[in-house]
Design a binder for this molecule. Structure first.
Ligand code: HEC
Ligand code: HEC
Length: 364
């Protein structure tokens, strides 16, 4: 079963390449899978991220609920999970206007059997503002709750203005029309070359996985990975974070809330939470330098957000602006880094590179 899990993780990472020729975003779960009872009507493409969400919430692997094949109802844990899913939906419907405020992680916290129902009340507060696996910010429940004086906080607009200034100012940033980034992707002991091209709100990432070339990107209308659309998957969440010309570009003060200060790698960061129709994201800005240190977002699932965190560091001057030369990425199971060796600004980019390769001909 361990192998099955790894295969599932591979499908998740390199996506629809392995999943087939059709665009899974257009199908519902019951059209794509054999034995769907509680997730009927949900987008098929979010099923595997949802399974990862449940497994991570309980701290278990797929085999905890599944014996081969995945569609079979063999283990009692799968039946319990169905009841739990219905319970969670009912709690959210009856109490939270149908929003995914309570999910498996709220109670389970990485254990197959939760130890204390008190976790529900404690986590509902943090979950209301954030991706579920994110830590509660200090300055909210922490120091402030203990009666300490509330730190004087800048507004979201002031934080964003300071960030832009730290990067070189709005005029210099607006002068960036394209970027060609040469980097190394480091995952565990593996290092491989990676190139990132950004222009006209489009993205192309080319890399190397064990000797074979891989490509993913955004063509202005859809995220793609390999040869297929990735409309609603974890890799779409990663690509969305990678799309802007600088981290957090396009972030607006409207709808952003400054939550407090949080310690981060020996620094102090201002924590800014942003809600969007796709979910919530958290941004951590260095209190001293003003630079963006961390973003936490995530991929939607039927139950909540699968968290994705990026830490930016090693900001260096490039032709009048400052850009991060290192980023560390982390989701619920994997971590990897991008180490940049060179960034070229405004080199001509052929628009054709952003077009996804054609899907292979469907099997008869
Ligand atoms: C906590 C229990 C639980 C865990 C852990 C779990 N699943 Fe599931 N899985 C379910 C349930 C329940 C369903 C059926 C959902 C429904 O009825 O709508 C399901 C359905 C599926 C299906 C659809 C099968 C079909 O054809 O009907 C697949 C595929 C699947 N799971 C894969 C996985 C993978 C891969 C993992 C590990 C990453 C995993 N599951 C972990 C409970 C679990
Ligand atoms: C309101 C709290 C709460 C939420 C939310 C919750 N659970 Fe549970 N879950 C429990 C408790 C409590 C138990 C243990 C029951 C027992 O010991 O009999 C449990 C047990 C289980 C078990 C059986 C574990 C075993 O060892 O057999 C599974 C599987 C499970 N939950 C899956 C889920 C999934 C999947 C979700 C999200 C869809 C979820 N739970 C959400 C409280 C919760």
């Amino acid at each position: 079963m361990r192998n099955t899990y790894l295969v599932a993780a591979a499908i998740l990472a390199f996506g629809a390449v392995a999943m087939g020729q059709t665009n899974p975003a257009e199908k519902t779960a019951e059209q794509e899978f054999k034995n769907i009872q509680v997730f009927q009507g949900k987008p098929a493409n979010e099923l595997i991220p949802t399974m990862n969400f449940m497994a991570s919430s309980l701290g278990v692997e797929c085999a905890f609920c599944h014996a081969a094949p995945f569609s079979a109802d063999i283990k009692p844990q799968k039946a319990t999970a169905r009841k739990m899913i219905q319970m969670v939906y009912a709690i959210n419907k009856d109490n939270f206007g149908g929003r995914n405020q309570i999910n498996c992680f709220t109670c389970h916290q990485g254990h197959s059997r939760p130890t204390s129902a008190l976790n529900i009340a404690a986590d509902a507060v943090a979950a209301s503002a954030s991706a579920p696996a994110a830590q509660a910010p200090s300055g909210r429940g922490g120091a402030a709750g203990a009666g300490a004086a509330k730190p004087e906080l800048p507004t979201a607009q002031q934080i964003l203005d300071k960030y832009q200034a730290a990067l070189g100012g709005a005029a210099a940033l607006n002068g960036i029309k394209s970027e060609t980034v040469t980097a190394t992707r480091v995952a565990g002991d593996n290092s491989s070359p990676e190139t990132v091209i950004r222009a006209d709100g489009k993205l192309l990432i080319t890399g190397d996985r064990g000797g074979s070339k891989v490509k993913s990107g955004y063509d202005g209308t859809m995220y793609w990975n390999g040869t297929a659309s990735e409309a609603r998957s974890d890799s779409a969440a990663q690509l969305a974070l990678d799309l802007p010309l600088y981290p957090g570009a396009g972030l607006k003060a409207e709808g952003a809330r400054v939550f407090g200060e949080a310690p981060l790698d020996g620094k102090t960061a201002y924590l800014v939470a942003v809600r969007s129709p796709d979910g919530a994201a958290r941004y951590y800005f260095d209190k001293d330098s003003g630079l963006l240190l961390r973003i936490i977002t995530g991929a939607p699932t039927y139950l909540g957000t699968l968290p994705l965190q990026v830490d930016y560091s090693d900001y260096r001057a490039v032709e009048g602006v400052k850009l991060p030369f290192a980023s560390a990425w982390s989701d619920h199971t994997r971590t990897w880094e991008r180490k940049v060796s060179d960034i070229k600004l405004n080199a001509p980019v052929d628009a054709a590179v952003f077009v996804p390769p054609p899907a292979p001909a469907p099997k008869p």
